[in-house]
Ligand binder design. Structure first.
Ligand SMILES: CC(C)(COP(=O)(O)OP(=O)(O)OC[C@H]1O[C@@H](n2cnc3c(N)ncnc32)[C@H](O)[C@@H]1OP(=O)(O)O)[C@@H](O)C(=O)NCCC(=O)NCCS
Length: 168
């Protein structure tokens, strides 16, 4: 069995001018792509094959990233269910023009689903929790999962009610 820390992946990249927005800082979409990409690496490796992004929780951008900064992304599995898994990602930067502590840029939680060749959900192995920190992350991921599924069910129920009213 695999522990969450064994799933950890780290990626570093220098921010280029091609990633800049109209203000000259790094485009939020580039950071979102970096988050989705590294989370995908974690999920694919854990699933032993393709896994697709099913959901991305709210993501706040805490400070601007500048062209030339070194972006450090770190991701690992928090939770694994039958076919779905939650990956946590933390993004930090080293500034290009000073040697200071790393700056926290953004964090996000993503849900991936392992899929077969037809794109249908397929089973993944259970996660081996070893440390108190891993167990805390797993518990908190379960709380987030309940919220996501409850929200999805409430929206579906609301749409169904609207359809029924339209038919009446
Ligand atoms: C993700 C996808 C495969 C799920 O298919 P589905 O038929 O809805 O599957 P199910 O309802 O059986 O759900 C499968 C699992 O995903 C979970 N899941 C699906 N949507 C979810 C969401 N929004 N939030 C949390 N979990 C979710 C389910 O709870 C279930 O978990 P479990 O197997 O661990 O118990 C399908 O919706 C899909 O292909 N989406 C498009 C993905 C995509 O194109 N992503 C971007 C490119 S990678």
């Amino acid at each position: 069995m695999t522990t969450p820390s064994e799933t950890n992946v780290q990626l570093n990249e220098i921010m280029r001018a091609t990633e800049a927005n109209l203000l000259g800082t790094v485009h939020g979409g580039h950071l979102m792509k970096a988050v989705d990409s590294i989370a995908g690496v974690v999920a694919n490796r854990y699933a032993g094959g393709p896994a697709v992004t099913a959901a991305l929780d709210e993501m706040s951008f805490l400070t601007p990233v500048r062209v030339g900064d070194i972006l450090h992304s770190s991701a690992q599995l928090n939770w694994a269910g039958r076919s779905s898994m939650e990956v946590g990602v933390r993004v930090e930067v080293d500034r290009w023009d000073s040697i200071t502590d790393r700056v926290h840029v953004a964090s996000a939680y993503l849900v991936f689903v392992a899929v077969d060749a037809e794109g249908k959900p397929k089973p993944i192995p259970p996660l081996d929790l070893e440390t108190p920190e891993e167990r805390r992350r797993f518990r908190e991921a379960e709380i987030r999962r309940e919220h996501r599924l409850a929200m999805r069910a409430a929206i579906e129920a609301s749409r169904e009610a609207e359809r029924s009213e339209g038919d009446a």
